[in-house]
Design a protein around this ligand. Sequence first.
Ligand code: NAD
Length: 420
Amino acid sequence: MAGTESQINPFETAKQQVDIVADLIGLDGGLRDVLKHPKRELTVNFPVRMDDGTYRVYTGHRVQYNMARGPCKGGIRYHPQVTLDEVRALAAWMTWKCAVVNIPYGGAKGGVICDPKHMSKGELERMTRRYASEISAFIGPEMDIPAPDVYTDSQTMAWIMDTYSMQKGYSVPGVVTGKPISLGGSEGRGEATGRGCAYVIREASKHAGVHVKNGTVAVQGFGNAGSVAANILYDEQGAKIVAISDSKGGIYRADGMNPHAVEAHKAKTGSVVGFPGAKAISNEEILETKADILIPAALENQITAKNAGKIQAKIVAEAANGPTLPAADTVLYEKKITVLPDILANAGGVTVSYFEWAQDIQGFYWTLDEVNQRLERVMVRSYDAVHKVATERHVHNRTAAYVLAIQRVVDAVKLRGIYP
Ligand code: NAD
């Protein structure tokens, strides 16, 4: 991340986004203010016994941004740089993401300030259980359902589910999503983000003058989201994956690569770099590669006002959260590049989290085919709705997605009325 860009307060950005859309849809001051404030925030400071016998106090947050449309949903992040404002912004974005795909959730987010890379598994388990216990009055299947985020995973969710269930005295699988399948997780959750992204790319290609079959694809970031999107575009839609990168660098081959083979190479060597038959390229070059479709699937703030003019893709599908800076958006729009914004393009993950919760509550589990078919329906319907707003209002897809999402939240707030 570039220095000054990384210092932008994300919650200020989130509030500015609300203002832009509020101006567009003519939202009055009072409702605008509702959307610019988190509903509830909890900060907890709690001790954890470390492996060497000492105690250390950790600080965690859980922010419930808006629950007008349903229980709050959002991940838990473990990172040394977690701040309350970052958690607020992420909770706001979860609210809009759930609304854009029209699943019956509000938005939330949590975080603990810690350095998980330097903690043992035992320390992580004790910290997770104590954090879960501290926020337990605040979460629950009908109130707020956490999920994994940066440096938390299905094991973290299993510990939270167990801690919450121990306090209740019975198993409550619906308190978190992203759990192991053996504990009530859903089939298809692991690949849902990449799969959902591949579905919206397919739909957008119909309007963007791109043929996915034999079309060329560049993927920045080859982790969960990026590798799954590449595999599905290759296996199911016949795309040619010409460029791939990870944190160590990138590879390019004009006549395409089998992404499964690249995955196997990465599993063996630790990186995509050095894949036989491919040319080395940098992570900056991958964004500017000649390809029909570009999938940023790594970090935020990658497409800037500086490099946006050099992007050659016809579709940019944001599997990552926040890869494009606002100034770059205008450049891409003027270049008639179709941007599939993060709150739409990576919403497959939260959609299948919703399916997981629905299955847990029913105690009735679906097959992988059922999950994928339902995911496809949600992603196609959501892309169509965003495209319609973009066309009618002559705005780019990101603004259209925000208009759609914020309008849905506003409708719910208005219909419910202001209590008392
Ligand atoms: P991941 O950790 O599995 O993969 C991240 C990948 O990015 C790795 O291959 C890593 O090597 C690469 N990377 C790191 N720094 C890089 C750099 N400077 N240049 C190029 N590549 C770099 O993470 P993930 O779950 O795939 O998440 C990736 C993005 O997708 C994040 O922005 C995340 O918020 C977003 N996202 C993920 C999900 C999900 O369900 N996994 C859901 C929604 C959004």
